[in-house]
Design a protein around this ligand. Structure first.
Ligand SMILES: Nc1ncnc2c1ncn2[C@@H]1O[C@H](COP(=O)(O)OP(=O)(O)O)[C@@H](O)[C@H]1O
Ligand SMILES: [Mg+2]
Length: 338
């Protein structure tokens, strides 16, 4: 039992402990004298009483500090699982609760780091393994160095290169190593360019359209980075489109009461593909997440595109989300305009 847990101030608690100890000691002295006890015995009893009262009341006041010290040492060794018992409501309890929050956050970061390393190794191993087998076959003369074989090898190296490139990009974005270079620019040329690139890269005929509302809409941000975001969304949309499907890129100003300047712009990319399972709408932005691993691994998808897009949009102070339409999916980016 911790009798003083409900008190919010450490100072007040110490005061209570001191006063109670003094009262206890004096009480014993007085009672001892009335009972006719010798002075020595009275003093011994008083000291014992003082120690008892202090022990009883101060119980649990400092134990969170000791626990925190032990937990910090465990953390330094890489064990993030320890938590401190925080029952008191004073400053020490407050500190213990903050400590627990911090420990939980560190544990999450640590887990994410481990997951990332595991994912990266896995993703690198697949194309490297395929390349290795292929080259071994060539050396052993089992396979001929014909065009098809070399093309396969080339595709694997391209995939590896892209993966490494995207990982570097993500880590740069995360660390803020490459600052954004924001400017104001017209939306229409950006949309036109992205649409053109989407058409060029499509493996099947896809009708890529764009529209800006108003036509002279201006965006603010790092135009290269925003181009990267849209190109990524259009690339996904085109890849998931059925033959002859339509991909629409739209930019519009969001109605904003009472503001002629500022507010938000909305950029969206919609397709007529299979859509995204409802449970995965948020997960598609996770690193290496793919709804269909077999298919996307074959067509070169890394599962990093949307994670990069989200990092870029976040850095702009905006948001990105995925939704499903009656037919197909729609990705919506909201950006503040300054
Ligand atoms: N337009 C879309 N329609 C259906 N699924 C999509 C669409 N865009 C993205 N996805 C899903 O989200 C996953 C993650 O996308 P992304 O991060 O760009 O990785 P990648 O394109 O390399 O697979 C894709 O593998 C796919 O499963
Ligand atoms: Mg992609």
């Amino acid at each position: 039992m911790r009798p003083l847990d409900a008190i919010r101030s450490l100072k007040l608690k110490l005061g209570i402990v001191i006063v109670a100890t003094v009262v206890g000691t004096v009480g014993v002295l007085v009672v001892g004298r009335r009972a006719g006890l010798a002075l020595e015995w009275r003093l011994v009893a008083a000291v014992a009483m003082g120690v008892l009262v202090a022990q009883l009341l101060a119980r649990g006041m400092t134990s969170p500090l000791r626990e925190m010290a032990a937990a910090s040492r465990a953390m330094a060794r890489g064990d993030y699982g320890r938590r401190v018992h925080a029952t008191s409501r004073d400053e020490v309890g407050e500190l213990a609760r903050s400590f627990n929050t911090m420990a939980a956050e560190l544990a999450t970061v640590d887990r994410q780091r481990r997951d990332l390393v595991a994912n990266v190794s896995h993703e690198l191993r697949t194309p490297i393994g395929a390349l290795q087998v292929l080259l071994e076959n060539l050396i052993d003369g089992v396979a001929e160095p014909d065009e098809q074989t070399l093309r396969t090898a080339h595709a694997q190296t391209e995939r590896l290169g892209r993966l490494v490139e995207q990982l570097l990009d993500l880590s740069r974005l995360d660390s803020g190593a490459v600052p954004l270079r924001p400017s104001a620019f017209a939306a229409a040329p950006l949309l036109e360019q992205v649409a053109e690139e989407g058409r060029l890269h499509a493996a099947q005929p896809v009708d890529v359209r764009w529209e800006a509302e108003p036509a002279d809409l201006r965006l603010t941000g790092d135009s290269d980075r925003l181009h990267q975001v849209l190109a990524n969304l259009v690339d996904n949309a085109v890849r998931h489109s059925p033959s002859g499907g339509r991909v629409t890129i739209r930019a519009r100003r969001l109605a904003h009461a009472g503001h002629s300047h500022g507010g938000h712009a909305e950029l969206s990319v919609s397709d007529q593909g299979p859509g995204i399972p409802a449970a995965d709408l948020e997960r598609v932005f996770e690193r290496f997440f793919r709804t269909d691993r077999s298919r996307t691994a074959a067509d070169g998808g890394t599962g990093l595109g949307l994670a990069i897009a989200r990092s870029i949009v976040d850095a702009h102070g905006g948001s990105i989300r995925a939704t499903n339409e009656p037919i197909g999916s729609r990705f919506v980016v909201e950006l503040p305009i300054r």
